[in-house]
Design a protein around this ligand. Structure first.
Ligand SMILES: NC(=O)c1ccc[n+]([C@@H]2O[C@H](COP(=O)([O-])OP(=O)(O)OC[C@H]3O[C@@H](n4cnc5c(N)ncnc54)[C@H](OP(=O)(O)O)[C@@H]3O)[C@@H](O)[C@H]2O)c1
Length: 445
């Protein structure tokens, strides 16, 4: 492993040098253990501690298949799916691996008693499998997390529609929270040259998701002048949604839960910010009953910022707790676009406000390769910036996941894998210098 790292740190190793490097038989990886699936049974979600379920193990190197790449991972990041996996909610991820394993002898490799997690990476290609022409050893890359088989016609207009669509490192094995990772080469994208490894590894999953959900015609199709209500605007998804709204000529109305998070939204350039804690919204009177007066109070607050207008788009992901309010505050003909249900997936809303006002609820999930490419391209051009706030060592991934689980983080949380320290991997210093303030916006608060 040291030789691989030396080659990367040298900055001048050729593709032939990388191809000649011996591969190790095993590597260090953050894993879940199948025999611990029930370890949190009976505990409340909040009390399930990722530090107990996430292990740092030596695992064998998987066999490289056709159309795949083995990547030396310099850095990765924690996503909310790392939290879901680590607390075995809403289901254990080993069910995903078993199902994937039944597809073919090649996918059987994924069905193991351990699960290497992680749906982001920045690193260097070490080997490519048969049939790969677009990528070669030595390429500096990031990976998006869409894994597809594309054997069915269904996925050929939009790869997210593939019946065998999976999220790499969540519904498949050999993820990015490790020294090495196995990906399909149609997950690879060029690493933004002005970013460090840990900065480059942090946008992938959430940036691509926010791009499809808000900007793409497959999502809300945001246009100039739209008012966009963004829940969790300083969080993983929200920090990109806010940037897309600003960059696309829309007006983000950012909802956050502390003055510090409000400050972050201001640093991104947002002006309309609602602190949901300070405002004390209680959309539910009790477990079963919502309070429409609270929806109305939120709507009134939004109108204060917009000169009386309602929102064209709600960027939804908290789910049960906020969905009734989201449907209510959307303008006539507007769109509620949802990709998650962090606070509960059994949503309740007053359908009269949906049909009488001709609103649309749109489901959105990750992004296809093209959308992930567009989102990464904007990062590479310095138009959208990483929102990295803190970086952990690989062995501290459990703590990083706990912080995200308990909503103690800002933006994105990074993890160093092979990279011995932060700050490495920048190739375009000029572009970096132009955007340094924005790149560090989440670090400085
Ligand atoms: N379908 C997909 O492809 C996809 C992709 C990425 C993420 N997701 C899912 O989307 C969700 C958010 O992911 P993320 O990376 O953005 O997580 P995150 O970094 O934790 O940010 C979410 C933010 O939402 C806000 N929030 C949480 N609970 C809330 C509630 N009950 N009411 C109002 N606001 C609440 C919090 O901000 P404040 O406390 O500041 O308000 C939090 O910072 C997760 O469930 C994740 O699994 C889905």
């Amino acid at each position: 492993m040291q030789e691989i790292l030396d080659a990367i740190l040298s900055g001048d190793a050729t593709s032939a040098d990388y191809a000649a490097l011996a591969l190790p038989e095993s590597y260090r990886a953050v894993t879940l253990h199948k025999d611990e699936e029930q370890m949190f049974a009976g505990l409340a979600s909040r009390d399930k501690d990722p530090r107990k379920s996430l292990h740092l193990d030596d695992v064998p190197l998987p066999e490289l298949g056709p159309g795949e790449a083995l990547v030396a991972v310099m850095a990765s990041s924690v996503n909310y799916n790392t939290v879901w996996s680590s607390i075995f909610e809403p289901v254990s991820t080993f069910g995903f691996l078993e199902r994937y394993g039944r597809l073919s002898p090649l996918t059987k490799r994924h069905d193991l008693p351990y699960h290497v997690l992680g749906s982001d990476l920045a690193g260097v290609v070490l080997r490519t499998g048969a049939g790969v022409n677009a990528w070669k050893p030595g390429d500096e890359v990031v990976a998006h997390c869409l894994s597809v088989e594309l054997e069915s016609p269904d996925g050929h207009n939009d790869t997210m529609m593939d019946p065998e669509q999976r999220i790499w490192g969540f519904e498949t094995n050999f993820g990015g929270l490790a020294q090495l990772a196995l990906v399909k080469t149609n997950q690879l994208l060029p690493k933004p040259k002005h970013l460090t490894w840990e900065e480059a590894a942090s946008p992938g999953l959430v940036n691509s998701t926010a791009y499809r959900q808000l900007v793409s015609r497959n999502g809300a199709g945001m246009k100039q002048g739209d008012n966009v209500l963004i829940w969790g605007a300083s969080g993983g998804l929200g920090s990109y949604a806010t940037q897309y709204a600003l960059a696309g000529g829309a007006t983000p109305i950012c909802v956050v839960s502390s003055p510090q998070k409000a400050e972050i939204c201001r640093a991104m350039g947002a002006e309309a910010i609602i602190d949901r804690s300070a405002e004390g919204y209680r959309f539910w009177k009790d477990e079963h009953t919502q309070d429409p007066r609270e929806w109305k109070r939120l709507g009134g607050k939004i109108r204060e910022f917009t000169g009386g207008e309602d929102v064209d788009i709600v960027f939804e992901h908290p789910g049960r707790e906020t969905f009734g309010a989201s449907v209510y505050v959307t303008r006539k003909g507007g769109t509620i676009v949802t990709c998650a249900s962090t606070s509960g997936y059994m949503h309740q809303y007053d359908n009269r406000y949906l049909w009488m006002s001709l609103k649309r609820i749109v489901g959105s999930h990750f992004a296809n390769y093209r959308e992930a490419f567009e989102a990464n391209r904007l990062v590479a051009k310095g138009r959208i910036h990483p929102t990295l706030s803190k970086v952990y060592a690989l062995e501290e991934t459990g703590q990083a996941a706990l912080d995200v689980h308990h909503n103690k983080h800002q933006g994105k949380v990074g993890v160093l894998c092979l990279a011995p320290q932060e700050g490495l991997g920048v190739r375009d210093h000029e572009l970096r210098a132009q955007h340094l303030g924005k790149i560090n916006a989440f670090r400085n608060i």
